[in-house]
Design a protein around this ligand. Sequence first.
Ligand code: GDP
Length: 369
Amino acid sequence: NETATKCAGCGVAIQTESPEKLGYTPPAALTKETVLCQRCFRIKNYNEISSVTPNQDDFLKILGGIGEKRALVVHIVDLFDFEGSLIAGLHRFIGQNPVILVVNKIDLLPKAINVNRILNWVQKQAKENGIRTSEVVLCSAKKNIGFDRVIEAISSYRGDRDVYVVGATNVGKSTLINRIIREYSDLEAELTTSPFPGTTLDLVQIPLDDGRYMIDTPGIVYSHRLTEIIDKQDLKTVLPDKPIKPSVFQLNEKQTLFFGAFARFDFVQGQRQSFTCYVSNAVPIHRTKLDNADDLYAAHKGEMLSPPTADRIGDLPPLVKHAYRIPKGSSSEVLISGLGWIAVNSDAGAQIVIHAPKGVKVAVRSSLI
Ligand code: GDP
């Protein structure tokens, strides 16, 4: 089809191949008189926003555009992948505008967790990553926890500013915004889209009841997060949907844990000790001897070691090593961005190696839990 069909709503070129990309429309919808992309269709018919993924350039232009306005920025991050989902260098783009950091998915942590401890950890972590916040709010968009505080924080910092909601993909931005739309906006007024200068994108504007707007920006894709480089089907396994039951392993040195075929943890050297894995309980953990681990992976990835299964394992980048020495007496966690983390409460210290798909961020941090 040479003369590309355009969406009657936002003008984007219609395509029927990739549901996750801009301009997608199911082929059957092409026969309709007015063709809308799926995103505009949902906005129009359900007043509901779904996430789109722009290219990095457009995203940065949008962030830069916010810097030229009087805005309140609501930055949503995923507690399950905190470092991976933070927008690094946010302030370079948005200038002096205030930021509310909304930390979503707190429902995933074990019930007994101390909220103040998490709050302190988030504040410290945000600071270390160069994010200045007017306020930090913990919430669960899915389980409706802390939602009122999100709204309170927005009203107390907003003044006469428009509210821009920014976040990486899969942090729960749409879930949260749809909740806000349902509870707080004037539903009589329709959601509108307006083109954003200098980009191929239009932003969704949600009218609030005082005549101002909340603006949903597209989710940024960070390829350093495992969740962004795997198949949709595997994403369901990797994204936990209920509180994580941590798996505790007592390991001797020279033992290895495989997380499906996605990643591997080697306890290379140290006294026998326990390691606690905070990974979706749908991802099977397989324990073996370090000496066997290379052969086991080569022979059984995609089968005994899965997901990903054999048909998709070829799409996973090869695993690369990240070596760490966890000092004596520290309590640390090793994050594998998008997959979860492994807690090392080490009285005796430990030498460990993480094998993660090439490009996926791996980092040691002080303990969240
Ligand atoms: P977006 O890409 O940021 O717009 O994210 P979505 O709203 O589409 O959510 C991404 C995934 O995270 C979906 O599988 C949601 O069900 C899930 N999700 C969203 N909010 C929460 C939450 O508060 N807790 C949990 N456990 N999952 C959530």
